[in-house]
Every structure is written in C-alpha cells, then in structure tokens.
Write a protein that binds this ligand. Structure first.
Ligand code: 4NP
Length: 150
C-alpha cells in the first residue's frame, strides 16, 4: 500500500503546490502518493501562482498542471500524513479532526527538519525572493521526509 502525504496551506496556490512537487521529486512514486489542498476555497480549480510555477521551474520541477482544491474531512481517512505550512493552517485543520487518530496526522511541515523556523511564511503578498526563500525551506523539510519514507 502506498503511503499518502497531503501538503496543506491557506490558498493551495503558493506553498503547498511547491511542497507537493518537491516531495514528489524526492520519493519513489510507486510507493508514495503526494497531493496538496488549501484550507480556503478562494482559488479552487486554478493552477498554482505564477511565482511558484517559476521558482519550481528554476529547480527543474513542473508544477503547472496542478489544480487547486480545498481540504475536505475525507482527507483525514485518505492520507497518512498531513503537513501544514503554518500554525493558522494547523488550527484550521486540527479543528476538523473527529478523533485523536486524525488529529495526530497533522504536523507542521518544518517540524520534520531541524530548522530555526517553525512556519513557512505566506509569500502571496510579497516579492519573488519570498518564493525562493519558501522553496528552500520546503526543500529542506521534504528532504528529511523523503529520507524517512524511502
Ligand atoms: P498559499 O498563499 O496559502 O501559500 O497558497 C496564499 C494564496 C492566496 C491567498 C492567501 C495565501 N489569498 O488570500 O488569496
């Protein structure tokens, strides 16, 4: 059975699409399924933000065919691990859990790597250097997750 990992942010157009693409590139896709979702539904059906697509492309990843979707309670049964980008995502998702087993699936992405920072900042309202910064943080965390999964 495949291990299923869900990456979650607010809009599912900036951070979690990068996390989906980056982790996917580091694992064996026969063994691990990676998806992403947002806590909000502002951008449902849209591709990732152009700035996320560009920074991914810079590192050889194509994320432009991803489609934004909203987190749904059934994701708690579908997925083994639910990684959130910040504490606000954490409380939004944890508040939807119906039991302790579901709540235990929710973790801050950056808690998987030894880093000084705990949250992936929202780059939406900033410049492109925010996306580079976010890419590097997510990459470090995904490297640690991939080591555990592979
Ligand atoms: P994300 O960034 O949570 O990393 O996808 C955001 C994208 C869109 C909005 C907020 C954050 N928004 O307010 O539309």
């Amino acid at each position: 059975m495949k291990t299923k990992v869900l990456m979650v942010c607010l809009g599912n157009i900036c951070r979690s699409p990068l996390a989906e693409g980056i982790l996917q590139s580091k694992v064996d896709q026969d063994d691990v399924l990676v998806d992403s979702a947002g806590t909000a539904g502002y951008h449902i059906g849209n591709p990732p933000d152009k700035r996320s697509i560009a920074v991914a492309q810079k590192y050889g990843l194509n994320i432009k065919n991803q489609k934004c979707r909203k987190f749904s309670k059934k994701d708690f049964t579908e997925f083994d691990h639910i990684y959130v980008m910040d504490r606000s995502n954490f409380s939004d998702i944890a508040s939807l859990a119906e039991n302790q087993e579901q709540a235990n699936k929710v973790k801050l992405l950056l808690s998987e790597a030894e880093m000084d920072i705990r949250e992936v900042p929202d780059p939406y309202y900033g410049g492109t250097d925010g996306f580079e910064n976010v890419y590097q943080m997510i990459d470090t965390a995904c490297e640690a997750i991939a080591k555990k999964l592979n």
